[in-house]
Design a protein around this ligand. Structure first.
Ligand code: SAM
Length: 302
C-alpha cells in the first residue's frame, strides 16, 4: 500500500510531467530528453547535443552488450531506448508519470526493442527487494528525492548494484551560499511541488555515507544554460500550438520557469553535475579506467 508521502510524490510528478506529451514534444528534441544536453560543439543543435548526452552517460557507465541497466526516473524512455539500441544493454526504466510510461512503451514497440528494453510506471522504491543491476543511472531525479531522503535513496541504489557496478547521478545542485528566493517559491508552488535542491558537497557526502566510491565529478552548468535557452526558443516559436494544448496559464508558467532556470545556470546560482560512482567489491579501485580518454574517444571501446 502506498504511504501518504508516496501519494504526494506521485501527485507532484503528475502535476509536472503529465501536463501533456504533445506539449513537451513542442520544445524537447525528438528523443524527448528532459535534462541538460551535452554540447560537444558549443554552437551545436539541441538534437545533436541530446544524442551526445545519452552517449556520454552510456560511455561513463562503460555499458557493454547484455549488461543490465536500471534507468531511475526514465522520463519518456530516451536513455533506456538508446542504451538498448546502441549499446545492446538490457534496459529497465521506471517513471512516476503514466503519460511518460505509455509514450515510452509505444516507442519501444515501434522500434521492436521489447526483448531488451522495458519501461514501467513504478516508484523506484517499489522495485522488488532482490532487484539487481550491473549499471544504474538517475538523470534529473535527485531534484525530486528530497534532501532528508538522500540516505535511503543512495543506500537503495547501492543495494541494487552488483559488486563493482557503476552508478551515474546527473542532477541540479545549488551554489554553496545559495538562499531561497522568490524564484524558489514560484518553482515549488507552480512548477515542481516536490522539488528540493542540495549543494554538491552535501550530495557527495551522502553518496560516500552510502559507501559509494566517487570516481568522477563533471560540472555541466553552462550546458544546461544553453539547453534551457534552446527549449525557450523552441517553445516560443510554437506558442500558438502550446496555448491550444495547455492554455495560456501553463504556457506562461513554463516559459517563465525555463527563463528563470536559464538565468540561474548562467549566473551560477544553480549547477549541474554528473557524478560517477562505484560500488566497490572491496576498498580497491577495481577496473575503473585511470583517465577520461575512453569516455571521449569515440573509437575506444566503452
Ligand atoms: C526531469 S525528468 C528526467 C527524465 C529523464 N531521465 C530524462 O533525462 O529525460 C525526472 C524523472 O524522474 C521521475 N521520478 C521522480 N521520482 C521518481 C520515483 N520515486 N520513482 C520513479 N521515477 C521518479 C519522473 O517521473 C521523471 O520521469
Amino acid at each position: 500500500m502506498k504511504t501518504r508521502a508516496r501519494e504526494r510524490d506521485a501527485q507532484a510528478i503528475a502535476h509536472h510531467y503529465d501536463v501533456s506529451n504533445d506539449f513537451y514534444a513542442l520544445f524537447l528534441d525528438p528523443l524527448m530528453v528532459y535534462t541538460c544536453a551535452y554540447y560537444r560543439d558549443p554552437k551545436g543543435t539541441l538534437e545533436q547535443a541530446q544524442a551526445d548526452k545519452l552517449d556520454l552517460v552510456c560511455r561513463k557507465l562503460r555499458l557493454a552488450p547484455d549488461e543490465t541497466l536500471l534507468d531511475i526516473g526514465c522520463g519518456w524512455g530516451s536513455l533506456a531506448i538508446w542504451a538498448a539500441q546502441h549499446y545492446g544493454a538490457r534496459a529497465h526504466g521506471v517513471t512516476l508519470s503514466r503519460a511518460q510510461a505509455d509514450f515510452a512503451a509505444a516507442r519501444i514497440a515501434t522500434l521492436d526493442l521489447g526483448s531488451r528494453c522495458r519501461v514501467e510506471y513504478r516508484d523506484v522504491r517499489d522495485l522488488p527487494a532482490d532487484a539487481r543491476y550491473d549499471k544504474i543511472a538517475a538523470v534529473g531525479v535527485i531534484e525530486h528525492v528530497g534532501i532528508p531522503n538522500y540516505p535511503a535513496f543512495f543506500a537503495r541504489v547501492h543495494e541494487m548494484l552488483r559488486p563493482g557496478g557503476l552508478y551515474l547521478n546527473h542532477g541540479i545542485t545549488h551554489a554553496f551560499s545559495w538562499k531561497p528566493t522568490s524564484h524558489t517559491e514560484f518553482l515549488t508552488r507552480y512548477v515542481f511541488p516536490n522539488g528540493d535542491l542540495a549543494g554538491l558537497t552535501e550530495t557527495l557526502t551522502e553518496m560516500e555515507r552510502a559507501r559509494f566510491e566517487i570516481l568522477d565529478v563533471e560540472g555541466l552548468r553552462l550546458h544546461y544554460a544553453r539547453t534551457c535557452r534552446q527549449w525557450i526558443e523552441r517553445l516560443e516559436a510554437r506558442a500558438d500550438e502550446a496555448r491550444r494544448i495547455v492554455g495560456e496559464r501553463v504556457y506562461r508558467t513554463w516559459r517563465l520557469y525555463l527563463t528563470c532556470s536559464a538565468v540561474a545556470f548562467e549566473t551560477s546560482s544553480l549547477g549541474l553535475y554528473q557524478v560517477l560512482l562505484q560500488k566497490s567489491a572491496d576498498r580497491t579501485r577495481g577496473d575503473a579506467p585511470s583517465t577520461r580518454e575512453p569516455i571521449y574517444d569515440a573509437t575506444a571501446p566503452p
